[in-house]
Design a protein around this ligand. Structure first.
Ligand code: ATP
Length: 296
């Protein structure tokens, strides 16, 4: 099942075109990152699919059906930090949130446990660290047990510990079977947390799909030996399924992602009379791939 299918979505603000014919699909059970630099249209995309903004043209489906009040109830949304009461405790704030969202209070203990705030549930919100505040906001999203969560830049403004906690929490929610759709301008975050990605640039979709396939489409095996000239020669027959590039003191062999087998490379070279003194597997840098994708 597709959780969200976006079809030719466009949005203009006056003469600013924030989204241009964007189409992608979010499979069930994925962590789907919407990745792009500032101003690329991430928030506009999330605002549209959560019914805060009306698209100028195009449409989207939720759970393979036109969006409805029913389907929206299955989605928990965190687009900006909610206005919690500073002088009330975490648990009291969640009780108010449950009432506003017309959910019962029965989920509160469970969601506090999920976000690891049980111990501090009776402390005033004003005493929480930024990371704890964000976890309380996620707890509020989890009320009513939605199967899909939509987050806009969930780690923005947090310190490294807070960032790590939120990323761990997202992985935990994913393992529990939630589908997560999140906007991020951080490649590193998408690499660490997301299984799928849609890359936006100035409102246009550059590409979308599985993170490993999109951001890292090659495995690079680096080799060298005492006689790199001979090594380069013996590697030539590998051409066709691999590209062999002689670079300075190491030789790089490029394999399609997932196809590099270090033991076979080592065996092959040894069988041809060359002993390797350097053999490592390098993934193409995500950053390099991202810049390739976004710089035409
Ligand atoms: P950021 O990471 O900075 O939040 P973003 O990728 O989420 O950026 P959007 O906020 O969706 O991008 O903005 C896309 C474009 O639309 C930008 O050029 C932005 O200036 C413009 N824009 C967004 N909201 C409005 C608005 N209410 N009125 C006018 N222009 C807007």
């Amino acid at each position: 099942m597709s959780i969200l299918t976006v079809e030719n979505l466009s949005k203009t603000y006056g003469n600013i075109q924030a989204l241009k014919n964007v189409s992608f699909s979010v499979p069930e059970g994925t962590v789907f990152g919407i990745l792009g630099p500032n101003g690329s249209g991430k928030t506009t995309t999330l605002g549209t699919i959560t019914d805060i903004l009306k698209p100028t043209s195009g449409s989207y489906q939720l759970f393979d059906e036109p969006p409805s009040a029913n389907s929206r109830r299955r989605i928990g949304t965190l687009l900006e930090t909610p206005n919690f009461y500073h002088y009330l405790s975490g648990v009291k704030n969640l009780e108010i949130a449950a009432e506003i969202k017309q959910h019962g209070k029965e989920d509160i203990d469970k969601v506090l446990e999920t976000v690891d705030l049980t111990r501090r549930k009776d402390s005033k919100f004003s005493t929480y660290s930024l990371g704890m505040k964000q976890r309380l906001a996620i707890a509020s999203c989890l009320l009513g047990n939605p199967s899909v969560l939509v987050f806009d830049e969930p780690t923005n403004g947090l310190d490294p510990v807070g960032i790590a906690e939120i990323r761990e929490l997202m992985k935990k929610l994913y393992r529990e079977g939630k589908t997560i759709i999140m906007a991020s301008h951080l490649l590193d975050e998408v690499e660490k947390v997301c299984s799928h990605v849609a890359i936006l640039k100035r409102g246009e979709l550059i590409t979308s799909g599985n993170v490993n396939e999109i951001l890292s489409n090659e495995d690079i095996v680096e080799v060298s030996s005492a006689d790199n000239k001979k090594l380069f020669e013996i590697l030539q027959p590998l051409n066709g399924k691999t590209k062999v590039a002689d670079e300075n003191s190491v030789i790089k062999i490029f394999f399609p992602v997932g196809n590099a087998d270090l033991a076979s490379v080592n065996d092959f070279c040894f069988s041809q009379g060359v002993v390797l003194n350097h053999l490592i597997l390098k993934k193409k840098s995500l950053e390099a791939r991202f810049f390739e994708l976004t710089n035409n």
